[in-house]
Design a protein around this ligand. Sequence first.
Ligand SMILES: Cc1cc2nc3c(=O)[nH]c(=O)nc-3n(C[C@H](O)[C@H](O)[C@H](O)COP(=O)(O)OP(=O)(O)OC[C@H]3O[C@@H](n4cnc5c(N)ncnc54)[C@H](O)[C@@H]3O)c2cc1C
Length: 363
Amino acid sequence: MTQVESKSVLIVGAGPVGLAAAIELSLRNIEVRIVEMRSAPSTYSKAIGINARSLDLLEPSGVTRRLLQLGHKIPGIDFQHPDGNSFSIEFAKVRHRYNFMLGLPQSETERVLESRLSELGVHVERNTRLERLQQNERAVTARLTSEDRAETIDADFVIGADGAHSTVREHLNIRFEGHRMPGDWSLADVRLDASFPDNRASVCFGDDGLLFALSFNPGVFRIASDRPNVVARLPEGSVVHEVLWESDFVVNHRVAETLAVGRVALAGDAAHVHSPLGARGMNLGIEDAMALVDAICNNQLSEYSTARRAVSRAVVRMVKAQTRLATARDPLLKVARRYVAPRLLGVDAIHRAVASRMLGLGY
Ligand SMILES: Cc1cc2nc3c(=O)[nH]c(=O)nc-3n(C[C@H](O)[C@H](O)[C@H](O)COP(=O)(O)OP(=O)(O)OC[C@H]3O[C@@H](n4cnc5c(N)ncnc54)[C@H](O)[C@@H]3O)c2cc1C
């Protein structure tokens, strides 16, 4: 690790990726400001699975220890076909100390990250929006506005961790290459009595779409479907006590055409988006954050772009393939899902490789 004290970095966006980057920069004694246009931390559960790679990366800062105290271990995923046949992926087969997915709502993960950042003396500047960005060979100039004032600041580097609709990406004129999947998806967080297991993820393939379920608090489940109105798709006999959050969404598979221009770089959803199947979104972004801090320390933004874009493209390709298989209506793909996938997963080495990739290992 190179430690460079004279650099200053502006981070746009205090989601999990911006917060993780800010912690890592502070630990390396790099001056950092982090601005966020929202007035308060998000309360949405969004990404509810933290993978082994993120736990590894967040360990030196002390964040992992706190996440482990709050979250619960998800040892595997069960897949169920309409004819009653089932198969599973067991993370325990992976040889790693974190051979599980850690279940925790994203709002909690962000709370832990922000509190660690505060301990390091950096506070999120809320109600503050990046409006404009210009750069030359020596610095980046950013125009920030808040409720009652506007400010123009210079920084050595800017990190665009400002999400899928990134202002930074727009200012750099970077294309967000890829496609939208046809169809509307839905998700909900519900207080529920149902036949889903409490500590494992379940995916039920049905003739009218898939149903995903995972409990992330006692009695509270995230349910999701590749069709609208997921609550109406619950199995017969399920009793919904309360719908805590409900959202329809569309799935895009996209990667930015470059992850850095000059002294400005993208990380997280600003750089890549994909379907939630596989729980990679936030985790991939945390990996970006760590790689980008290294690159800033070593003045290697262009290397960061090349290396992380390759990883992002590989992950998005894999998630897209998994999503196509899981949501297939095509008879051939359905046969592959019903007969080929369970056989392949029956081979120990393949099972371990698939589970490893899902935990973010092996890239
Ligand atoms: C409904 C939903 C469900 C999801 N479910 C899952 C899941 O199950 N598993 C999973 O892995 N992922 C899931 N995700 C994706 C996951 O939430 C994202 O991958 C993750 O939030 C990305 O983090 P980020 O920090 O890159 O961006 P974000 O969390 O989007 O944070 C970006 C921040 O930048 C701020 N910002 C934007 N523009 C500006 C500006 N101009 N100036 C200042 N601030 C700005 C925004 O207000 C925001 O707070 C889900 C997402 C959604 C929306």
